[in-house]
Design a binder for this molecule. Structure first.
Ligand code: DON
Length: 315
């Protein structure tokens, strides 16, 4: 299917693209596997699908279960990082790197030979350092992330699922191992249980595709809340965050994802992927069945189809 040429792509094209994407992904919905290492996530029906695009002018395009709240999981790492950056600034980069890891999101191996400094803030080890920064700054860090997301999504009704948080806390031996290892290198300051509690809490925040696509307009709008113009992040830190998403946001599949999709994006094992087109829109797709790297299978295909159909990407 061919849509309007790129320079003419606008609202009508997004509506048509979403229809075409749904038709394209429907046959493969349910292929892949839901994350089952967190018991509460294993119960989610794998063949669900929703997608939303929110323009900087607030216009919403949506399809499927775009209003269904789901567990944002690692997508929270992006917003926790923004909060930590606004609190700590560039000093944060002395404790966490900016390179793709080339390993699984929950891998421990690099941490030992790289002296407790995680490769980037989007793998679990890096996110635990970011959560540690939030633990030093906020009495209840997961609530700070939740409040921030309520503001960015203009949805005061957002909440976190305490069953999900407890379900993950009950099986977080691997994250606990990373946290203890980093603490042994002096790169974690708060008590490990406090960091894990805050981290599992922020991962258990529930949002819909529409909520997340709206929140992502911040990064499409060079660091200003699109609806109000309020500046949250500088132009340069926003550019850097978008670059980090492109290189590290989908873990060891980031190279393939950049090749196929060509947009900055961040995934979560709940099946959500957020993305953005600078100067244009925030995007979120959700489908719980994952490929081996932990990214939504149908979600990745949907984003690939979006940039192919509309010919919009950052390249
Ligand atoms: O720490 C974990 O394993 C999960 N709470 C989040 C991992 C995740 O979402 C990785 N993303 N694809």
């Amino acid at each position: 299917m061919t849509l309007a040429p790129p320079e003419a792509a606008g609202p009508a094209d997004y509506a048509a693209a979403l229809d075409a994407i749904l038709a394209q992904v429907t046959p493969i919905l349910g292929q892949g596997r839901v994350a089952d290492y967190i018991p509460e996530l294993a119960r989610v029906r794998p063949d669900q699908f929703g997608m939303a695009i929110v323009g900087l002018d607030g216009q919403v395009f949506e399809i499927g279960a775009a209003r269904q709240p789901f567990s944002i999981q690692s997508i929270s790492k992006l917003f926790a990082l923004i909060l930590a950056l606004t609190a700590e600034g560039d000093a944060l980069w002395t404790r966490v790197g900016r390179e793709p890891s080339g390993s699984a999101f929950n891998s421990l191996v690099q941490l030992e030979y790289e002296h407790g400094k995680p490769r980037n803030p989007f793998i679990n080890a890096g996110a635990l350092v970011i959560t540690d920064i939030l633990c030093q700054r906020f009495a209840v860090p997961a609530n700070a992330v939740l409040e921030f997301l309520r503001k960015l999504s203009a949805n005061p009704g957002l909440n976190l699922d305490r069953h999900m948080a407890l379900s993950e806390l009950g099986c977080s031996d691997r994250n606990a191992a990373m946290a203890h290892l980093m603490k042994s290198f002096g790169n974690l300051h708060s008590p490990v249980p406090a960091v894990l509690d805050a981290y599992c809490g922020q991962c258990a925040i529930e949002m819909s595709c529409v909520d997340l696509a709206r929140a992502m307009t911040l990064l499409a709008n060079h660091g200003c809340v699109a609806a109000t113009g309020e500046r949250v992040l500088g132009v340069s830190p926003t550019k850097r965050l978008n670059a980090l998403m492109l290189t590290c946001g989908t873990y060891d599949a980031a190279g393939d994802f950049a090749f196929r999709v060509g947009l900055p994006a961040k995934s979560g094992v709940g099946g959500g992927i957020v993305a953005l087109i600078p100067g244009e829109c925030g995007i979120c797709v959700w489908s719980p069945a994952l490929e081996v790297s932990g990214n939504s299978l149908a979600g990745s295909l949907a984003l690939e189809a979006l940039t192919s159909l509309t010919q919009k990407s950052i390249f």
